[in-house]
Design a protein around this ligand. Sequence first.
Ligand code: ADP
Length: 483
Amino acid sequence: MKEELQLLRQQAFINGEWTDALKGKQFSVRNPATGEIIAQVADLGITETKQAIAFAGQALVTWRATTAHERSAILKRWFKLIMLYQMPLAQLLSQEQGKPLNESLGEIAYGASFIEWFAEEGKRTYGETIPSPAPHRRLVTIKQPVGVVAAITPWNFPCAMITRKVGPALAAGCTLVLKPAAETPLTALALAVLAQEAGLPAGVLNIITSTDATGVGATLTASDTVRKLSFTGSTRVGKLLMAQSAETVKKLSLELGGNAPLIVFNDADLDSAVEGALAAKFRNSGQTCVCANRILVQDGIYDAFAERFSAAVAALKVGPATDHESQQGPLISSAACRKVEEHIADALRQGASLLTGGKPHALGGQFWQPTVLINVTSTMRIAHEETFGPVAPLFRFHDEQEAIEMANDSESGLAAYFWTQNIQRAWRVAEALESGMVGINEGLISNEVVPFGGIKQSGLGREGSRYGIEDYLEVKYLCFGGI
Ligand code: ADP
């Protein structure tokens, strides 16, 4: 390597140039553990977004004409650079997002894995030949990039939510305009530094940093040049963007909210269930869309599970990412803390009890005590809304049918988890759960080789796996006549 690359960038990235806002506007990025301002980032608007779309449109002409092998070589170099810079990237990620350093290191590796995976999958976007019903015709399909893609990403995984959109889009031959969350733009910009170093041509990946999410979102969705929108975030904003995209009939990939059930049957291995529930609930301090939001425990094992689980939760070490022993970071904002507080208060008012936690953490600021609630019921807010925080509510059920009904009593259908040692039950329940992903005796189920995505109001499309690239390709049918 020549010299250390400067990863901390505070300008947007358009057409391969580091760019200020036209009017010089900036916004502050804060460390959620301390409240400290760590960067002043260019605050772009509608005009710059239109420019970025135009550059992405120009770059598409040459990028889509490169071979999958050429694109793969650039993506592999990018992957290697991300892993080479894993530690400084993780430190930056922890600073702007708050998660413990180990989790950030894991996220960088997880994020990078999508780039490597799609560098390979891009070479396998096969078409097919179709037996013709007419003797003088030959019928084939080819796959082509959809075109310019708009990507809008959230703050909870500032690296991985980007790479699992950008990886397949670039591999397929698409160009992008990306708007990362205003809470966490720094990891996105650092990734762009490395993409440029890997040889990604100007205009192929453009990054709009902005606090005007509404204006930028409306500009991206109104554009005829943008042929696809890939969004990860709240169900509310996803629905809005879906409605806005109707005007130009865009292809859509939406990864929206979840309300994941985690079911523990009487015949579960208790140690495994406690460990899995801890991982599924408390990763990123409960701020992931696949976090277990409702823990359903069968009568016969309820008390034993509650006791062991709450002891494990109480032992979680809360602290800033600078303390390498920390297992739980701060929440992203004071609004996030308020939601946690409201969900707990509502549950307690309606008859739930606390086994551990329940209050702001002694560290102050946006730190919250890891919390376990028992005797939670379906009338409580926590049963129907995603808490997105470190609160584990334990519901009680009597039999398998009731557990399935409770689990499916949600508009969301992203992830679900359950613990049982009975193989017949494992199949029955896995098939009956209304969700896109199911963990059976396992609480951490995401990686780059499997399809991540939801059903019902949790979204459209799949990310990762061999399906992930299809969302960025159009199938074209060719009919050769007169043969
Ligand atoms: P969260 O509650 O996790 O912040 P949001 O859906 O609000 O989820 O945010 C996810 C992403 O969507 C962020 O990049 C945010 O800036 C963006 N966003 C929020 N509102 C809009 C909007 N009206 N149009 C387009 N993007 C939006």
